[in-house]
Write a protein that binds this ligand. Structure first.
Ligand code: GLY
Ligand code: MN
Ligand code: MN
Length: 463
């Protein structure tokens, strides 16, 4: 946990951004896996972590804007809990650790909320994403569960995003640490990868690294020879010489800050010349992003400039044709990269996504496009110092998508469909690093850069 002053000042800042009323910040409950007492690894809600810091289940934080107070609602552990869980701090002691003076039982929460409702006070809450919290809100507020979404507070969402999106130096230090664990994960994979192993041999080893150095993975690891399937969580294929292994994996450190890295490596340890050509196009796209990222540029414009470099590279390989600028305008490059350049990263791997992607990645100035590909860009807004974002261009050959476009004659002026068809079976490539926007530009996070060039990757795999 950070020093209690960090949480006190975050809550003060949040109260100062809300006009009036009560702010509810719901923590998470334990989530059963296959029967009630066999639960998933507990993950606290990130907003609760940000404002109240405590990684314990079944707490609710309440900020009273008019009274300028913060309260923590929860129940003390019973003797029965302590028999099974070991000695536990009291609610009061836990609250003290994060600078909260007033604590109440969960039953008191109903009295507080009912009192506020009777007085006609506004009750702000964030979009719930777990069933237990939907039901808690239903019983606290008397709003039917299927209507809860219409009552979330946009004022509170905007206030939370404005605070969480600017990472403080102590947060950057934590994300750097999560990136250092990510480095260990990816280099472990590079060193052990060879034909004959199963994808799960590698997935298991790198997830073990994440567990041994922090809280485990920040999302399900993608460790797949079928890298063209964007979020492929199947690990059951045998590694074959000549193919590539796409690994998109990151760690959550003990403070719950995340990393998110992708590398695409040759199973045999050496890229074929075609793989090298495609990979070098991908790196030129990445480098373009690095050149452009700095405060005040919109990430949407960086995405589009990168799409142009991608199109130029694919034209040079004969897979696309025509003018790169026109191709991007028409969204032709999205056949090969149907996703966005990146997203924010922090306590969530897709930071704050639960609050609504458009609140996090868009605003009055930058609107989300509806064009295929560009519509999937999660972060489009103007970059600010303290933003932490991923940069993750990719090049994929997705037969089902190619066949659909070809049949519907989509972007025929920009795509050489015969050439693209020859790439079926090639798979997909992505490279992803995490960067913080600084005063003048950006810094790639983590003490050491995961091997990135053809030469660096072939070298580490040879060892
Ligand atoms: N790890 C998922 C992503 O890169 O967005
Ligand atoms: Mn990723
Ligand atoms: Mn990512």
């Amino acid at each position: 946990m950070f020093d209690k002053e960090v949480y006190i000042s975050r809550r003060n800042a949040l109260r100062s951004k809300i006009k009036s009323g009560l702010v509810l910040i719901l923590g998470n409950s334990e989530a059963p896996m296959n029967y009630p007492s066999n639960t998933y690894h507990f993950r606290q809600d990130s907003n609760f972590l940000y404002f109240f810091g405590l990684p314990h289940a079944d707490f609710v934080g309440v900020l009273d804007v008019e009274a300028d107070t913060d309260c923590l609602y929860g129940n003390d552990y019973s003797l029965d809990d302590i028999i099974w869980m070991g000695p536990q701090p009291t609610l009061k002691e836990l609250a003290e650790q994060v600078g909260v003076q007033s604590t109440y039982s969960l039953r008191d929460l109903y009295i507080t909320i009912q009192g506020a409702i009777l007085k006609g006070r506004k009750i702000h809450f964030l979009p719930p994403y777990r069933g237990e919290n939907v039901l808690l809100l239903e019983s606290l507020l008397g709003i039917k569960s299927d209507r809860i979404k219409s009552y979330v507070s946009a004022e509170l969402i905007r206030a939370v995003v404005s605070l969480r999106e600017i990472k403080s130096p102590e947060e950057i230090e934590q994300i750097d640490h999560a990136c250092d664990i990510g480095y260990e994960m990816h280099t472990t994979a590079m060193k052990m990868c060879r034909p004959g192993l199963m994808e799960r041999d590698i997935a298991g080893a790198i997830e073990g690294v994440a567990l041994s150095k922090g809280s485990g993975v920040s999302f399900h690891s993608i460790v797949s020879q079928n890298g063209e399937t964007l979020h492929n969580h199947f690990h059951g294929n045998k590694l074959e010489a000549g193919r590539m292994l796409l690994m998109d994996a990151g760690a959550e450190n003990a403070m719950n800050y995340c990393s998110d890295f992708t590398r695409t490596i040759p199973v045999s340890g050496r890229y074929t010349s075609l793989q090298k050509d495609v990979y070098n196009v991908l790196l030129s796209v990445f480098e373009k992003a690095m050149e452009l990222i700095k405060p005040n540029v919109t990430y949407k414009s960086v995405h589009l400039d990168c799409a142009k470099v991608l199109s130029e590279g694919l034209i040079s390989l004969g897979l696309m044709k025509g003018n790169a600028e026109d191709a991007v305008q028409n969204g032709a490059h999205a056949l090969f990269m149907p996703h966005g350049l990146g997203h924010q990263l922090g306590l969530d791997v897709h930071d704050m996504e639960g609050l609504g992607e458009d609140f996090v990645g868009y605003d009055e100035e930058v609107e989300r496009s509806t064009q295929f590909g560009l519509a999937s860009l999660r972060m489009g807004r103007r970059l600010k110092k303290g933003h932490v974002i991923t940069v993750e261009p990719g090049i994929y050959f997705i037969p089902a998508l190619v066949e659909k476009w070809k049949k519907e004659k989509i972007n025929v002026n920009f795509i050489d469909y015969d050439k693209v068809k020859e790439m079926y079976g090639f798979g997909g490539m992505r490279v992803e690093d995490d960067v913080v926007v600084t005063d003048t530009g950006k810094r790639i996070l983590g003490k050491r850069r995961i091997p990135y060039t053809v030469e660096q990757i072939e070298n580490i795999m040879a060892k």
